[in-house]
Design a binder for this molecule. Structure first.
Ligand SMILES: Cc1noc(C)c1CN(C)Cc1cc2n(n1)CCN(c1cc(N)ncn1)C2
Length: 392
């Protein structure tokens, strides 16, 4: 998680495995929900076609949806790397294709170029020859784990799935910290937080989502992160084939630039673990690997795990790898999001296993990172300022 002023810590394990070369995006066929296919008095073939497909539960190809609504939509496949440490998605920028970490906790789209110092080899570079230099502009960002990057800015065409921002600010790194330089799984980040925390100076720039929102069939995107399996980022539509039950919507507080929401309670098994009756606010953050909650909630959770201990030497809560971990239930209005206990057995670490639920420490806010998000289909809606959750 990042905000313009301070850096917040996000525990993450970087056991980054080498990412296999990554095949390009395919737009996916999908069944439609929530995207009104306009009925009109004038004949509209694509609308009639989309409605017919929908009527019988068929999937509506993105190009048909586009023609029917006049709006863009598309889906890009993401892939977990390093043991669910991060999720990378192919993005076309100008004539380059790079694999980016989509991050709903920050608002800068930054990439490597051949001029990036210390980046070494192993990254796909953006070739800025297709871009237009944003004269006098610079950026500098630091993240929760102390990693950082900085550089200059171009504008260029950026395509995710088959959705294109024609003049997107592309932040070219001249310097990156060592943890990025050695992370050959990721060629940079694509920020999906609110543009208010974009770090470009003297004039902050809009995120990819902010730039395409008005051209989308529906002004939303959805994050589908999975445990150890490919998922997707869907732009401009909601794909009801990717979740069960109904989407539960909740208000977003974007005053700090984040997708911040409030959970009414958190329970382990049948007992509530947060201070009785206290609600729990936090941010939906695809760029943070783990689920970070307040100390008391985390302690109460691991109290239910035999032998769990908060180890200084191991860097957090660890337990015997054979332990059975209880599910964690997050009540959001009348909906309960359930994080399976097995997701909280995050990774083997020495003779123990390291918890996917850890203390948020002195961050001051809770971070619903990938360990939480990979149990949910999450709709991000900046027009209605709301988040939608449903079980994957
Ligand atoms: C990804 C990742 N996550 O943990 C590690 C380690 C990695 C890979 N690592 C070697 C390099 C790295 C570090 C970060 N990233 N990539 C992505 C952005 N980071 C965030 C985003 C955000 N919303 N909140 C906090 N940090 C920190």
């Amino acid at each position: 998680m990042v905000n313009g002023k301070t850096v917040v810590s996000a525990l993450a394990l970087s056991a980054a495995a080498q990412a296999a070369p990554y095949n390009p995006t395919r737009t996916s066929k999908f069944s439609l929900n929530q995207v009104a296919v306009k009925k009109s008095s004038q004949p509209n073939g694509p609308s009639a076609y989309a409605r017919a497909l929908q009527k019988y539960g068929g999937s509506v190809p993105a190009h048909v949806l586009s023609a029917a609504t006049g709006g863009e939509s598309g889906s890009a496949t993401n892939k977990p790397v390093g043991g669910d440490v991060q999720y990378i998605t192919p993005v076309k920028i100008g004539k380059s294709t790079v694999n980016l970490d989509f991050d709903t906790g920050s608002a800068d789209l930054w990439v490597y170029t051949p001029d990036t110092k210390g980046a070494g080899s192993g990254h796909n570079n953006y070739d800025p020859s297709t871009g237009k230099k944003l004269s006098g502009a610079s950026w500098e960002i630091s993240y929760g784990d102390g990693s950082s990057a900085s550089g200059v800015v171009y504008t260029d065409s950026v395509t995710v799935g088959n959705v294109t921002a024609t003049s997107q600010a592309v932040e070219a790194a001249t310097t990156v910290s060592s943890s990025f330089a050695s992370d050959t799984d990721s060629d940079g980040l694509l920020g999906l937080a609110f543009s208010s925390i974009n770090t470009v100076k003297p004039q902050s720039q809009k995120t990819f989502y902010a730039n395409v929102m008005d051209s989308l069939a529906s002004p939303v995107f959805a994050a589908v992160l999975k445990h150890n399996a490919p998922g997707s980022y869907d732009f401009g539509y909601i794909d009801s084939s990717k979740y069960t039950g109904k989407l539960a919507y909740t208000d977003v507080d974007n005053s700090q630039g984040f997708w911040s929401f409030t959970a009414d309670s958190i329970s382990v098994g049948d007992s509530k673990v947060e201070a009785a009756g206290a609600s729990v606010s936090g941010i939906a953050d695809t760029g943070t690997t783990l689920l970070l909650l307040d100390d008391s909630t985390v302690s109460a959770y691991y109290k239910q795990v035999d032998g769990a201990k908060n180890s200084q030497s191991e860097g957090g809560w660890v337990f015997d790898c054979s332990a059975t971990l209880p599910d964690l239930k997050v009540a959001i209005g009348s909906y309960t999001a359930t994080v399976p206990g097995k997701y909280i057995n995050y990774a083997k670490q020495g003779s123990s296993c390291f918890g996917g639920l850890q203390s948020a420490g002195d961050i001051g806010i809770n971070i619903f990172g990938d360990v939480f998000l990979k149990s949910q289909y999450v709709v991000f809606d900046a027009e209605k300022n709301q988040l939608g959750f449903a079980a994957q």
